[in-house]
Design a protein around this ligand. Structure first.
Ligand code: ATP
Length: 236
């Protein structure tokens, strides 16, 4: 459903991404693994239309070209991003944050259904729908960020390090919820440092090193790969 070919991106003279190509099939969960600074966030931002790549990129969603579209048009086309650091509005309630996620035209018809799905996914949000998001825990705020992105009724949900700074038990809950998002038919593209959990969730993965793809494979093969174990799983 998503195919991206030949993505290069510069910040001034610094080449942050160098000819990256990936694909995500319908209903698939794909993880991008790589050390800090490998370019994982830049990759998601480029797909979301938040940074401007070098010319020469081809990017299609369900066969439709979306390279160069503004961020709100990418969202309208069906791709939602949960950014690193969540980007929720601390001074607004859970309900207000969710409503902001539903401004896309594609979201309006299904708003009630999407809200019900999100409250089923994260019952805590239903209980606390009138609470100011700034007063909630990091894990709850991450649920709000995921819920807000889901309100746009995306075909592809992209998440940038959703587990960052959260307690293991909360991370487990989040990943379990992401599994249910995938089971509901939404494709998921995930950037993560939590390699074991994300390879357990994903069906495929890509490895990035300083702006380039250096490997890819089925999640099970990556988990068994000694190089991946050394680099990412802390095993020898
Ligand atoms: P992290 O996990 O630390 O966010 P990452 O793999 O997501 O790492 P990016 O954030 O995409 O990596 O950064 C890739 C490279 O581009 C890094 O060298 C980073 O310092 C640089 N970079 C990122 N954003 C900018 C920016 N706005 N201006 C200049 N350089 C940037």
């Amino acid at each position: 459903m998503l195919s991206l070919d030949g993505l290069s991106l510069r910040y001034g003279k610094h080449l942050a991404l160098d000819g990256v190509s990936i694909r995500v099939d319908r209903g698939e969960t794909v993880v991008i693994l790589g050390a800090n600074g490998a370019g994982k966030s830049s990759l998601l931002k480029a797909i979301a239309g938040l940074v401007k790549p070098d010319p020469g990129l081809t990017l299609h969603l369900d066969g439709r070209p979306i390279a160069g579209l503004a961020a709100h048009k990418v969202l309208e086309a069906g791709i939602a991003l949960v950014p690193e650091g969540r980007g929720v509005f601390a001074d607004l309630t859970v309900e207000e944050n969710l409503r902001l996620g539903a401004y896309a035209r594609r979201a309006r018809a299904g708003e009630t259904r999407q809200r019900a799905f999100i409250f089923e996914l994260f019952p805590k949000l239903a209980e606390r729908r009138a609470q100011l998001v700034g007063t909630m825990s990091g894990g709850e705020q991450q649920m709000v960020a995921i819920g807000r992105a889901l309100m746009s009724n995306p075909d592809l949900l992209m998440l940038d390090e959703p587990s960052l700074g959260l307690a293991p038990v909360v991370v487990g809950e989040l990943f379990e919820a992401l599994g249910r998002v995938r089971d509901a038919g939404v494709s998921v593209l995930l950037v993560e440092q939590n390699v074991s959990l994300s390879l357990a969730l994903a069906s495929r993965g890509y490895l990035m090193e300083v702006g380039r793809l250096v490997g890819e494979g089925a999640a099970a093969d990556l988990r068994a790969d000694p190089a991946v174990q050394r680099a990412f799983l802390g095993l020898t």
